[in-house]
Design a protein around this ligand. Structure first.
Ligand code: GLU
Length: 460
């Protein structure tokens, strides 16, 4: 018999923008499905109407596509599944795995206080669990507001084997009878979430650590419905370098902001692949290699630290791996609109190694295609101390070979005997106004005809 197909899912609540933490969850689920040739699903957890917004749904879909993730079916939306949830609540009520609870907020609060006073963890006392069928029917018929509570078994424990935390064994005494549907008719989040996984045939659910405490209740619900819970794996939190939960002040922007800043998808995925997932792969990985190398066995229990320097490291690697065409698209918004292809390609090739974000190319756009930038102090000093005749020889060579920096430097060297920094510093300073920057050979190939000569001529 072949292995059952692996089905994973990402189940965001559309209450805000995707941040690195949720994006990592999405990526890991997608990689695990792909690792097995299985299916990856997207589910929109919009059961909380007050906090869900349609704009966030559209934005997260766009974010995930940008990252290179796609899913196998039309996404389920919890807001469209109330009938299904009510049907299953009906089954649980019919089998006495759930019961209506008429306790008022005041009664629940009094019970809570009594338990705390007795030194016990506050759990529902079970008052309504013991009502007779007639009592329930009468009170419901009278229109008394009721929640639906799950009847937690009175003995034993809930067992599950977490993909990250290993085998767990939670005594039922730690779980009070919990609410499945509120008095206003809205189903509880963890009920919908468990039912959806079962209905979609989800086999593995990687998700944030904050859901670990929901898991025993979800396992009980699915068992009572005769369904098999997925294998859950709870991912440790992402933190900043200071160990506190990752937030904006650590430079961890939303995915949209990173995209708008010019980070490329491979930089983000390669960073996330190594956050809380140990990897011996030091090289930039493409999607297939990443899927092959991904495995829950490599997931770490300790919180993973986000380091902005690591993001820049992977950005460098990812930019280096772009094709010339992709690099031109990436830098495109910075480039003059009517630039001939040959100049554009030469410019991108020259400047790409020197920038991490497209906006950093703006200065070099000015150098290559604009007015000569004013030399800074260091460049002025290098120009002032250049050997006599250097610029004249260089300008004459530039008139003959405008885009050939080697010919220009060779001529200046022959005329003056200067070499090394004494040769290159004044030339770079005159051509670009700076002493640091992209390699001059490739950069000059982006210059328009006669630009190099004119810049050198100024100092003869
Ligand atoms: N909607 C939940 C969240 O965004 C997902 C929980 C889960 O993946 O099971 O945290």
């Amino acid at each position: 018999m072949s292995d059952p197909i692996v089905v994973t899912r990402f189940a965001p609540s559309p209450s805000g923008e995707l941040h690195l933490g949720n994006v990592r969850t999405a990526l890991f689920n997608a990689l695990w499905a792909r690792h097995h040739g299985g299916r990856f699903l997207l589910r929109i957890e919009d059961s909380d109407a007050a906090r869900s917004q349609e704009t966030h749904v559209a934005a997260l879909v766009a974010d995930l596509h940008w990252l290179g993730l796609s899913w196998d079916e039309q996404p389920l939306r919890q807001s469209q599944r109330y009938e299904r949830y009510n049907q299953l609540l009906g089954e649980l009520l019919a089998s006495n795995s759930a019961y209506p609870c008429f306790c008022t907020t005041e009664q629940l609060e009094a019970g809570r206080r009594a338990q705390l006073a007795a030194g016990l963890p506050p759990r529902y006392s079970g008052t309504c669990r013991h009502l007779s069928a007639e009592q329930r029917a009468t009170r419901l018929a009278a229109g008394e507001p009721a929640t639906v509570r799950f009847a937690v078994p009175q003995q034993g424990s809930v067992q599950f084997d977490d993909l990250v935390h290993g085998p767990r064994n939670v005594p039922v005494t730690e779980l009070g009878d919990f609410v499945l549907r509120r008095a206003d008719g809205s189903p509880a989040f963890f009920f919908c979430n468990a039912v959806d996984d079962a209905d979609s045939g989800v086999t593995h659910a990687l998700r944030g650590d904050d859901h670990l405490s929901n898991t025993p209740r979800q396992v009980l619900i699915l068992q009572a419905l005769g369904r098999t819970p997925p294998r859950y794996g709870h991912l440790a939190l992402l933190t900043g370098p200071d160990g506190s939960p990752l937030s904006k002040r650590h430079g961890a922007a939303s995915l949209r902001q990173l995209r708008e800043e010019g980070f490329v998808p491979a930089a983000v995925t390669n960073l996330l692949f190594r956050l809380g997932h140990s990897s011996t792969e030091a090289a930039l990985l493409g999607a297939d290699a990443m899927a092959r190398a991904f495995g829950p066995a490599h997931l770490q229990r300790a919180p993973a630290q986000f380091d902005p320097a690591q993001l820049l490291h992977w950005q460098r690697e990812a930019l280096t791996a772009l094709t010339a065409e992709q690099a031109a698209v990436w830098m495109g918004p910075q480039l003059p609109a009517d630039l001939p292809d040959s100049q554009r390609d030469a410019f991108v090739a020259a400047v790409l190694p020197n920038v991490l974000r497209p906006h950093e190319a703006a200065f070099w756009v000015q150098v290559a295609f604009g007015e000569a930038p004013e030399a800074d102090a260091d460049a002025q000093a290098a120009i002032a101390t250049a050997p006599a005749g250097l610029f004249a020889a260089a300008a004459a060579a530039a008139a003959l070979h405008p885009q050939d920096f080697k010919a220009i430097a060779d001529a200046a060297k022959a005329a003056t005997g200067a070499k090394g920094p004494a040769l290159f510093k004044p030339l770079r300073a005159a051509l670009t106004g700076r002493l640091q920057g992209p390699e001059l050979g490739p950069l000059l190939r982006a210059f328009a005809a006669d630009v190099a000569r004119q810049r050198l001529q100024r100092f003869t």
